[in-house]
Ligand binder design. Sequence first.
Ligand SMILES: Cc1ncc(COP(=O)(O)O)c(C=O)c1O
Length: 406
Amino acid sequence: MASRMRRLSRRIVTIPRSPHRVLVALVEELRRKGVDVYNYTAGQPGLPPSEKALRYFFEKFMEDPFGHSRYVATQGLWELREEISRDLEKYSGVRVDPRNIVITSGGAEGLLLALGTVVEPGDEVLVFDPCYSLYWGLLRYLGAKIVTCRQDIERGFQPDPECIKEKVSDRTAAILLTSPDNPTSRIVSREVVETIIDVAVKHKVWVVYDEAYKHIVYEGEHVWLLRYPELQDLLIGVNSFSKDLAIPGFRLGYLYGPSDFIEQAVKMKGFLSITSPVPAQFLALYYLREGFKEEYLRYALEVYRRRRDAAYNAFRKYLPEAHVLKPTASMYLFPDMRPYLERLGVDDVQFTYDLAKEVGVAMLPGSAFGEGGKGYLRVTFVTQPEDRLVRGIELLAEYIERRARR
Ligand SMILES: Cc1ncc(COP(=O)(O)O)c(C=O)c1O
């Protein structure tokens, strides 16, 4: 009797494994072997969370452990949503009703809820290539047809407005925009924002706006799409507490958007995760309510800025042929390494594997973020002190020189 084979869903099996995961595993393996790895791969904050916030939280937690670890409403703790509403108003000048906010398990779940709520299989979604690596897998999983506009270093990583006008049509369900960006760190320009608004309004397209790095800004300021009333019914903000509160492991973020969207997103969250980690919701509440957030950010941004300068200057000094922009926000340098990689005859993925194995310097290949990232490296500048940041970049340059002579 022919027996049926057990099987895994093609929807997930056909999605390729990201080189990001391969490198993270490689770094772990090297560390286990005792190698002192210069690690530039992580999207981690560079400093531990506010000690004051943690102490306050643990005291409150111990006063009422059950109150801090019970189930709360799927949409999230009301007091936290009120605090987020105040926080958004303080920075953007625009009030978002707490009823239009959903607490999520990180920005990652926020993206799933946002895109899962507005995209049907076969719908087009516009992304800007290169983009945050998670988008590719998630959109494929949802059966979206991914449409892209490039963001090239020659344009300061701003997408071409003409491309946006060309690619958005009545077939488009959503435009997925990130600012400040990962991996390019650019803050979106006014020209691009205005183009996105025009086409979104014209074709009734959702703008899913990933603001994970909204507070990690060194020069200039975050672009608040909330300020554009034309987008009121089309804007979904995806936010994270991983970077600005430095609590990525607590898994917390939030969404805001119009009421009909929120209702469906909450329904989806109900069967996905019931509610987001409740102790984390209280920690975020205290962080915001007691003013620990501002204090922490002032301190962290000063340190990050110095680290950015050190890493940027090291690239200019040791790798003068790499085209690199000085980031005004976010946590990453994204140098164009093609002059070197072409000379070595190696692609960025293989190069990063070799670099990690041979010299213990781990950086992410640009192609992990899309075709547009080919030949680039993503270099996190916030997670190491200046001397180590600079030394690792020097080691990268020495490795390239040695390899060229082989
Ligand atoms: C652009 C962007 N969005 C969302 C996230 C997800 O963050 P989390 O799920 O930790 O909130 C990240 C994390 O690196 C990111 O870079």
